[in-house]
Design a protein around this ligand. Structure first.
Ligand SMILES: [Zn+2]
Length: 279
């Protein structure tokens, strides 16, 4: 599933290719994938694209504010969704749910075979932020240590479960939570409220660096993830624990092992990530 670095990579590639262009038409090929009041204006048809924004793992394409209401299309890629730039010859299939045709023979195609993602239409960016996005915690790239600490103090759940909860912090999934907890030496089952402020500060510092490096590498491609231009990510080559169960830890050479935490397969180093470590 695309996490913050993958979604941010899609956002950047989509922004580069589409901002300033006029949407000539929008076609919904599968109605139940699109929520909200569906009409041409809401789907940005006839409007110029003004920006592409992101919060956590969700994207939104904004109409340029030019005196009209600023229609806004929120896209959640879910498990298998993609947004790709194409042209008039791009092949559409049964999993192609929405097609936007832009000036200059360009298309933006939303495809989602497993349909855990979707498209939500809003009259404005403010309306999106005041409704759908209020369910999300602060974005993982900009959350402040004090805000994260306060949120972690409120729950006895395993730290991994808390970090995966999009209402606590938005953007992290299984890959980057495992990488983060390894890098800071915290056991994934440690109760969230036992992590002190100093360690939370370090967590935020390491998380920003981890996410920035992953974005720089275009995200992680495990199966079919690619950015809006079809480029696969390269960060999977830098994973220290994710996908490396049974292999030696890159810090101490102990074999990495697998636990089930928060219902998710979790890879950790038993030596580098002791339970209740206080350092
Ligand atoms: Zn280790």
């Amino acid at each position: 599933m695309p996490e913050l670095p993958e979604v941010e990579t899609v956002r950047r590639s989509l922004e580069r290719a589409t901002v300033g262009r006029v949407v000539r038409s929008a076609q919904v090929r599968r109605a139940d994938v699109v929520r909200g009041i569906v009409n041409d204006a809401a789907l940005l048809a006839g409007r110029r694209i003004g920006g592409v924004i992101r919060h956590g793992k969700q994207l939104a394409i904004l109409a340029e504010a030019d005196g009209h209401d600023g229609s806004c299309v929120c896209v959640h890629l879910g498990m298998s969704g993609s947004l790709r730039i194409g042209n008039g010859t791009t092949q559409l299939d049964a999993h192609t749910h929405v097609v936007w045709r832009l000036e200059g023979d360009q298309t933006v195609v939303f495809r989602d075979p497993r349909r855990f993602g979707g498209v939500w239409l809003f009259p404005s960016e403010a309306n999106l932020r005041d409704t759908r996005w209020t369910a999300l915690g602060p974005d993982a790239l900009s959350i402040q240590p004090s805000a994260l600490h306060e949120r972690l103090q409120r729950t006895r759940r395993a730290i991994k479960a808390a970090l995966l909860d999009q209402a606590v912090i938005a953007g992290l999934g299984n890959i980057y939570v495992d990488e983060l907890l390894f890098q800071i030496g915290i056991h994934p089952e440690q109760p969230a409220d036992t992590i002190n402020f100093k360690r939370t500060q370090r967590m935020v510092r390491v998380m920003r660096r981890l996410l920035a490096k992953a974005i720089e590498a275009g995200g992680s491609t495990l199966r079919d993830y690619a950015d809006a231009e079809g480029q696969a990510g390269r960060y999977q080559q830098s994973h220290l624990v994710y996908g490396r169960s049974g292999q030696p830890c890159r810090k101490c050479e102990t074999n990495l092992n697998t636990h089930l935490v928060a219902g998710r397969t979790t890879v950790l180093c038993p030596a580098c990530q002791p339970m209740f470590s206080s350092s």
